[in-house]
Write a protein that binds this ligand. Structure first.
Ligand code: GLN
Length: 293
């Protein structure tokens, strides 16, 4: 008897006993370069032995909880494919809302720029998904992105290069390396999950860098506080700050912005209807007004 042949259908059937059906189909589709529909329409197709082995390894990794994005090494964001690994947060669809809101302020006349090109800062860039997308969608902007993690900066550099985006990448603990620099728009998807949140021990989050998820504060707002306080110093007059936050943090975020001379404060819902991005415009107090209060 010859060696038994693997068919795509058999491989899928076996995989589905261990992992989610859609994940199995997606992984095999990526591996074979076929669409899921084509895989399902032709379960009798032979799977080359090398591919069957790789697929089994991937299924085992997924069964152990490794995120699909880390198994295949990339995730789609705003219509482009970004390289990801265990050193960066996997880009989430919700974060596209942050990008949309930033673009609306960069392209419209909502942002009476002092400088042309507008200067944009992305704090805690991770994979670079936000910074690279802004650079490509708004080519006239001048984009700086920082991260504390050198490993994350390598991934961001790789993505910027692969996608042809011009982004200045710096190692920095929030604003530390940006002494004296001013921007017209600051964006951030900071760690905002509260220290004891049960989600940190569940699903994909177990495999993502803890520093991208939580700053270990009890309310998850410590980094957001640092970002707002620094934005008051690093934003030009009329500049915008926009950041992502947790499902229950919108009200606290708006209150923090109000305490720091921001106006036009607003929280925007994501597709699930959760207030997910809060933003505000910096109004540097006029010296005489400031003196009066
Ligand atoms: N949105 C992510 C999650 O809840 C968290 C990302 C973050 O902390 N910035 O899974």
């Amino acid at each position: 008897m010859g060696q038994s042949m693997h068919t795509a259908g058999d491989a899928l059937k076996k995989a589905q006993q261990q992992i989610d059906r859609m994940d199995a189909q997606y992984l095999l589709a990526r591996l074979t370069g076929r669409t899921r529909a084509s895989l399902l329409a032709h379960p009798e197709r032979e799977l080359p032995a090398e591919m069957a082995i790789i697929f089994e390894t991937q299924v085992a990794a997924r069964a152990a909880g490794v995120p699909v994005a880390q198994i295949i090494g990339c995730r789609e964001f705003y219509g482009r494919e970004f390289v990801v690994n265990e050193h960066v947060l996997i880009p989430r669809p919700e974060t596209e809302l942050l990008v949309e809101q930033a673009l609306a302020r960069l392209s419209g006349n909502k942002c009476p720029q002092q400088a042309d090109p507008p200067r944009v800062l992305d704090l805690g860039t991770g994979s670079g998904a936000i910074a690279v997308t802004l650079a490509l969608e708004c080519p006239h902007a001048n984009i700086t992105a920082v991260d504390l993690s050198v490993e994350a900066l390598k991934v961001a550099r790789q993505n910027a290069t692969a996608l042809g985006a011009t982004v200045t990448l710096l190692k920095s603990n929030w604003y530390h390396a940006l002494d004296g620099q001013k921007f017209d728009l600051i964006v951030a998807n900071p760690p905002y999950i509260a220290k004891n949140d049960v989600h940190l021990a569940q699903g994909d989050l177990r495999f993502e860098p803890p520093m991208a998820l939580t700053d270990n504060s009890n309310d998850g707002l410590a980094s957001i506080c640092t970002i707002i306080t620094g934005a008051a110093i690093h934003l030009n007059d009329h500049g915008w700050l926009l950041f992502e936050h947790g499902y229950d943090q919108a009200e606290s975020c708006r209150a923090l912005l109000a305490q720091h001379h921001f106006t036009a404060i607003e929280s925007v819902p994501d597709l699930a209807g959760i207030l997910r991005v809060t933003l505000g415009q910096m109004r540097v107090p006029h010296p005489s007004t400031a003196a009066a209060v």
